[in-house]
Design a protein around this ligand. Structure first.
Ligand code: DHB
Ligand code: FE
Length: 282
């Protein structure tokens, strides 16, 4: 059976791509953020997952406002970056894992999640940049991938409570895949930020830190809030923290924190990184 070896949560600001493209990772502005990655890269090099399930929100690239699935799962043989720019160089395509994709889609639909299955899917910065930071300088990606998209772009969004249940169902699905594979779940988005409106630039450090801590000890903590409350606390785009929640809920074993980083700001965002280990129970 497949096993989920851990969860990695990361912000996905486009400026990270610009920093990578221009080799600015060591600059004073970016260094506190990029310095957070080597421990996670070392863990990945040691654990060597075969597949990454990447939980992220598309930003109007693959799904525009005219057709917005609440939950979508990629079932393609490969995924290409089609993000709008910021100087990001051409990337090798990401290999899919079609068998795991269909296993996941079938399991989720059986568990009453009405999934949009996507046999073609372009990916944006929310998918590509965390991959580029976790496996830097690669000519080819060392994992196969399964994209899972959660709508955080257009009202109405799924609640935190629903996202928790989705994550649990993803965990059960992956761990019932009858293939001997190590799977890492990666959730991208957040933490607090707001890009538009009167509160543009809004950041809430106290809330972010409470949320990051909760994911270890009390992981359902944030499900007590409605999305309106979460937008109040974390900003209109801070609601992307739902990807962190899906990822955490997919970890079915004994969960410990191996590494965390938090830095304010990169662009308009409170940038967070978290690595959680998932050991089988018993
Ligand atoms: C920024 C943050 C995001 O999550 C995003 O998708 C785009 C931009 C930012 O802070 O610039
Ligand atoms: Fe975003």
């Amino acid at each position: 059976m497949a096993r989920i070896v851990g969860g990695i949560m990361s912000s996905h600001v486009p400026a990270f791509g610009r920093a990578i493209a221009r080799n600015l990772q060591g600059d004073a502005y970016f260094k506190p953020w990029f310095d957070g990655f080597p421990p996670v890269q070392r863990w990945l090099a040691e654990v060597k997952p075969d597949v990454a399930v990447v939980v992220y929100n598309d930003h109007g690239l693959n799904f525009f406002l005219d057709k917005m699935p609440t939950f979508a799962v990629g079932a393609a043989a490969e995924y290409r970056n089609a993000d709008e720019g910021w100087g990001l160089p051409v990337m090798p395509p990401f290999a899919g894992d079609v068998e795991l994709s269909w296993h996941l889609i079938e399991s989720l639909v059986r568990e009453e999640f009405d999934i949009t299955s996507c046999q073609e899917m372009l990916v944006d910065h929310a998918f590509t940049l965390p991959m580029a930071m976790l496996w830097p300088g690669q000519g080819a990606w060392p994992v196969r991938t399964v994209p899972v998209c959660v709508n955080t772009v257009q009202y109405p969004l799924p609640s935190a409570a629903r996202c928790w249940k989705l994550g649990e169902a993803i965990g059960r699905a992956v761990e019932s895949w009858p293939v001997d594979a190590k799977v890492v779940v990666i959730g991208t988005g957040g933490l607090s930020h707001q890009l538009d409106g009167e509160r543009a630039g809004f950041i809430n450090k106290a809330f972010d830190q409470r949320f990051m801590d909760s994911l270890v000890a009390d992981p359902r903590w944030v499900t007590r809030y409605t999305n309106t409350e979460l937008v109040e606390k974390a900003g209109t785009q801070g609601i992307e923290l739902l990807m962190w929640l899906v990822t955490r809920a997919s970890l079915t074993g004994r969960v410990t924190r191996l590494h965390a980083n938090y830095h304010i700001p990169i662009s308009n965002t409170a940038a967070g990184l978290l690595l959680l280990d998932n050991q089988p129970l018993g």
